[in-house]
Design a protein around this ligand. Structure first.
Ligand SMILES: O=P(O)(O)O[C@H]1O[C@H](CO)[C@@H](O)[C@H]1O
Ligand SMILES: [Mn+2]
Ligand SMILES: [Mn+2]
Length: 394
């Protein structure tokens, strides 16, 4: 068995524009053509990302989309390229599964942007499972906006707040104390069993606390996702006897399959602590697979450009600290699952290419690759059987 370790890091929503099929994806009814998360942030205010840029981040942006990204102009010293997704979906499971070697073979079910959004029989079944006389919401919404608008009515009526987005999701927001956290989890589990057969990708529990005017979501979000339709990189590594460490949302995204140890936290700062500790401690031959979600959840969906920029600059320090701890023979890859351009209209993800930045193979331009090539490369590095339809770029 190889001693070589691999660290695969998804910077959630850190897209670099240029997706060839962006016109088929929408925000507020308008196509995602031209969306470019990183370039548009950098054009708003120059980014200082010395570690990621030294690997080739600025070069990857120019390769993916031809866009200028002020502040990101280093000569690449790492492995660098841009990856294009083939799965028909611009959400988290589609991106992560394809990165792990399993492009999504089906069309997800999306709920229409109408009011009501959910079919009447589903609405009735959700209320029955909740033990309430109805539901609130039943529309496309942003999660922070809808609890501000409907939170008081939720407390008054006890009805769960159910909403969706341009993603294949059904989200349920409820007050942790008034409705109850365990009750919300049980409801989401029951609703997941109703909608997974329809190919709705996820049911998401969105607990919140507080009183009218100050409702706030808590870190107790939980995702109930459809299982990947084929063995992923995690499954292959685990079956080969490797230790697999999942950091953050990776457990939920892969239905907890192929994971030896799950490391969660209340924030990305907690996840960074796990990552840096594992860089010191993870066994030879192991795979560390991390998702850093706050770019997406706190800044992308909220269209907060400055917050996103600061989160990137914080994460660049984490990336530098990680690279300082890796050992000769290790591979680290930094990539993303989709875009979420905070300068764009709407509040949904944006269809984009993503960066592929690697530490451990010297300076190497890999050009345009596919998401699934990442799985093939990590598998090759770890000496595992080929993972999925991609080709190794190593
Ligand atoms: O607005 P919030 O509730 O954060 O929802 C966002 O989070 C969901 C899952 O990532 C996406 O589908 C998007 O709509
Ligand atoms: Mn995501
Ligand atoms: Mn998201």
């Amino acid at each position: 068995m190889t001693d070589r370790r691999a660290v695969l890091i998804v910077m959630d929503s850190v897209g670099i524009g240029g997706a060839p099929d962006a016109a088929a994806y929408f925000n507020d009814g308008l196509p995602d053509t031209g969306a470019n998360t990183l370039a548009h942030i950098a054009q708003t205010r120059p980014l200082h990302l010395p570690h990621l840029d030294a690997l080739g981040l600025g070069a990857a942006i120019r390769l993916a989309s031809g866009a200028e990204a002020p502040g990101l102009d280093a000569v690449p010293q790492g492995l660098w390229g841009a990856a294009t997704e083939v799965s028909r979906g611009k959400d988290t499971p589609s991106g992560h599964w394809e990165i792990a070697g399993v492009p999504v073979p089906w069309d997800w079910h999306y709920f229409p942007d109408t009011h009501p959004s959910f079919p009447a029989d589903l609405t009735a079944n959700i209320a029955r499972a909740a033990g309430t006389d109805g539901i609130l919401g039943n529309e496309h919404a942003s999660g922070t906006e809808i609890i501000a608008r409907l939170g008081a009515e939720h407390l008054r009526t006890g009805r769960p707040i159910c909403y969706t987005s341009a993603d294949s999701v059904l989200q349920i927001a409820a007050h942790e104390e008034h409705f109850g956290l365990d009750r919300l989890y049980r409801l989401c589990e029951a609703v997941a069993a109703m909608v997974h057969p329809m190919r709705v990708g996820r049911v998401i529990a969105r607990p919140f606390l507080g009183a009218e005017g100050s409702f706030t979501r808590t870190p107790n979000r939980r995702d109930y996702a459809i299982a990947p339709p084929a063995p992923t990189l995690l499954d292959l590594a685990h079956e080969a006897g490797r230790i697999t460490h999942a950091i953050g949302k990776i457990g939920d995204i892969f239905s907890h399959r192929g994971i030896s140890h799950l490391h969660k936290g209340r924030s990305d700062a907690d996840l960074a602590d796990h990552l840096l500790r594992l860089a010191d401690e993870a066994a030879p031959g192991s795979l560390i697979f991390a998702n850093f979600v706050e770019f997406d959840s706190l800044y992308g969906h909220r269209r907060d450009v400055e917050g996103y920029a600061e989160a990137l600059e914080w994460f660049d320090g984490v990336a530098g600290a990680l690279m300082a701890r890796l050992r000769p023979g290790d591979l680290a890859i930094f990539t993303a699952d989709h875009g979420n351009d905070p300068t764009w209209h709407g509040t949904d993800h944006t269809r984009e290419r993503v960066p592929v930045l690697g530490w451990g193979y010297g300076a190497r331009a890999i050009g345009q690759v596919g998401f699934a090539d990442i799985a093939a490369s990590v598998a090759a590095h770890l000496g595992l059987p080929p993972a999925g339809p991609g080709r190794s770029f190593l």
